[in-house]
Ligand binder design. Sequence first.
Ligand SMILES: Nc1nc2c(c(=O)[nH]1)N[C@H]1C(S)=C(S)[C@@H](COP(=O)(O)O)O[C@H]1N2
Ligand SMILES: [Mo]
Length: 339
Amino acid sequence: MAAGVAGGVGQWLGSRKNADASRAAVGPLTPAQPAPPVPADADFAKLGTPTFITPNADFYRIDTALVLPQVPAEDWTLRIHGMVDRELTFTYADIRNRPLVERIITLCCVSNPVGGPYISTSRFLGVDLAELLREAGVREGAEQLFSTSADGFTAGTPVSTLLEPGRGAMLAIGMNGEPLPVEHGFPARLVVPGLYGYVSATKWVTDLELTTWDAKQAYWLQRGWAEQGPIKTESRIDAPNGHVAAGKVRVAGIAWAQHTGIDRVEVRLDGGPWQQAVLSAEVSTDTWRMWWAEVDAPAGSHSVAVRATDRDGYTQTDQIADVVPDGATGWHTITFSAR
Ligand SMILES: Nc1nc2c(c(=O)[nH]1)N[C@H]1C(S)=C(S)[C@@H](COP(=O)(O)O)O[C@H]1N2
Ligand SMILES: [Mo]
């Protein structure tokens, strides 16, 4: 493994070309189908939640590469092969000249602990991945889309999920109106609504192979993480944070159940009865939802817990599970003091 990483780093350090310069030369990327505008009541940032759209500079990052891969768009190609009727290779120009769609998607990491920060939302711009796969002609028996990046990272995504009507998986080349930032995969990456990043969101993607689960094992699968990575329904408390005035206290945060949607969020103070939180406007079932509630907190030390219920009727379990192998569970609980 060490040799593999060193080899990869050497390859990119040896490259004279710089991805920043290539990115700066991309010019405007215009969606044929822009995402609808985000309504003003889609977040409760004034109460301490994140903004609905995460600025690119604040979008969380997970990289196995020690040095950022430098892949100039001019040199980039994407090959689709394996269990397909016809092998296809696309250049950057091929992709950017197709009608581009924009989709707002909340991405999150399987290694996000309960209450953790590895979740962000962006307007991704690109082409529909299922369309590209259909052009190649997916053969009967293909089970996983095995994607490989320029730095050797790999992910295995269920073909059945990718080809579901309305799934909305993308080969993305833009983020919040700009070409993909280098750290988020310039020139191109995958994004699949509803799946954790480690099974779907390959950055600096260069190769898509249609294959079986038996034939190939992706990077994190080889390291003990689950083959399947649907995102678990979760919620997080962002406020209060520290000391507050005793009395009516506003609690606020986020909840997510990508591709299913959030139905209800409840909070409880000091193990008391659950009370329903107010939800923000729903932008789509593929994005997070913000919530707030008011609790009555006399002077002293308190705890607040949150739980979300999704559109399938599933309410988050209080059973605590670690992030390995397929995502943490449990109710996020914080303490604060009122005085
Ligand atoms: N090439 C490459 N792609 C990758 C990864 C990586 O380490 N290398 N990490 C994956 C994981 S685990 C996640 S959660 C998402 C994170 O994407 P971001 O860094 O843009 O937030 O990218 C996925 N794609
Ligand atoms: Mo991840």
